[in-house]
Ligand binder design. Structure first.
Ligand SMILES: C[S@@+](CC[C@H](N)C(=O)[O-])C[C@H]1O[C@@H](n2cnc3c(N)ncnc32)[C@H](O)[C@@H]1O
Length: 216
C-alpha cells in the first residue's frame, strides 16, 4: 500500500518534536534591523515557529498575531511568551496558510524564512500578506538565498531572489514604496560549531496611505 501523504502540520510537528528548541530563541537580525525604527501597532508574524520574533515585537509594544502550522511550535511559543511576560500581547493562531489566513489588516506583516519542504504556496500566501497590510503599513519578507553552506545535497525548496518575490506580489503601481530589495550576508554557526557566512535576502515594501485593497 502506498504511503499516506504527510501534511505540513505532521511534517513540522515532527521537526519541532525532535528537540526542545529548534531555533536560537533570538529574534531574526533582519527583523530587528528593519522594524526597530517603526512605530509599534498591530503586527502579523507568518510562520512564527517558536515565537522569538513575535515575543521581540510584543516587548517593543506591538500587538501581535502569530501564526504557524505546527501546534508543537505554537505551544512552545506561547510558553516562551508567558515566561517573557508578554502573553497578553500575542494572539497565537493555528493556520495552514495554504488554506486559511488570519482576519484583519496589520501595520506590519512579517514573513521571515517562511520556507518548507512541505506543500507551501508561498507566492499566493505572500500576495495575501500584501493585501493584509494596512495603508501606511509595512510588509517584510526575508528568505534564504541558498541552502546552508554545510548542506551539500540538492535542495528541493525554491528560493526566489528578492526581485522575484517583488514581481510575484504584483503590487499595483504607485501604491507601494519599495524600501529594501536585496541580498545580504550574515554570520551563522554550522551544526559542527564552525562559523559560516549565510546568504539571505530581504524585501521590505510600504503600502502608501489610502484605502485598503480587497482581501482575497
Ligand atoms: C524555517 S521556519 C522559520 C521560523 C521562524 N519564522 C524563524 O525565522 O525562526 C518555517 C516556519 O513556517 C511554518 N510553516 C511551514 N508551512 C506552513 C504553513 N503551510 N502554514 C503555516 N506555517 C507554516 C513552520 O512550522 C515553521 O515554523
Amino acid at each position: 500500500m502506498a504511503d499516506e501523504p504527510v501534511s505540513s502540520e505532521q511534517l513540522w510537528d515532527a521537526r519541532y518534536s525532535e528537540s526542545e528548541r529548534v531555533w536560537s530563541g533570538n529574534p531574526n537580525v533582519v527583523l530587528v534591523r528593519e522594524v526597530s525604527g517603526l512605530q509599534p501597532g498591530s503586527a502579523l508574524d507568518l510562520g512564527c515557529g517558536e515565537g522569538a520574533d513575535a515575543i521581540w515585537l510584543a516587548r517593543r509594544g506591538w500587538r501581535v498575531t502569530a501564526v504557524d502550522v505546527s501546534r508543537v511550535a505554537l505551544d512552545r511559543a506561547a510558553r516562551h511568551a508567558a515566561e517573557a511576560g508578554v502573553a497578553d500581547r500575542v494572539d497565537w493562531q493555528w493556520h495552514d496558510l495554504g488554506a486559511s489566513f488570519p482576519d484583519g489588516v496589520f501595520d506590519l506583516v512579517s514573513a521571515c524564512f517562511l520556507h518548507s519542504h512541505g506543500d507551501l504556496p508561498r507566492e499566493e500566501i505572500l500576495r495575501t500578506a500584501a493585501s493584509a497590510t494596512a495603508p501606511g503599513g509595512t510588509l517584510l519578507v526575508a528568505g534564504h538565498a541558498g541552502p546552508p553552506p554545510w548542506e551539500h545535497e540538492h535542495h528541493d525548496v525554491h528560493l526566489p531572489t528578492p526581485q522575484e518575490v517583488l514581481e510575484s506580489l504584483g503590487l499595483p503601481d504607485g501604491r507601494w514604496e519599495v524600501q529594501r530589495c536585496e541580498e545580504y550576508e550574515r554570520p551563522q554557526t554550522a551544526p559542527d560549531g564552525r562559523p559560516v557566512a549565510r546568504r539571505d535576502n530581504v524585501l521590505k515594501v510600504r503600502r502608501l496611505a489610502g484605502p485598503a485593497g480587497p482581501r482575497p
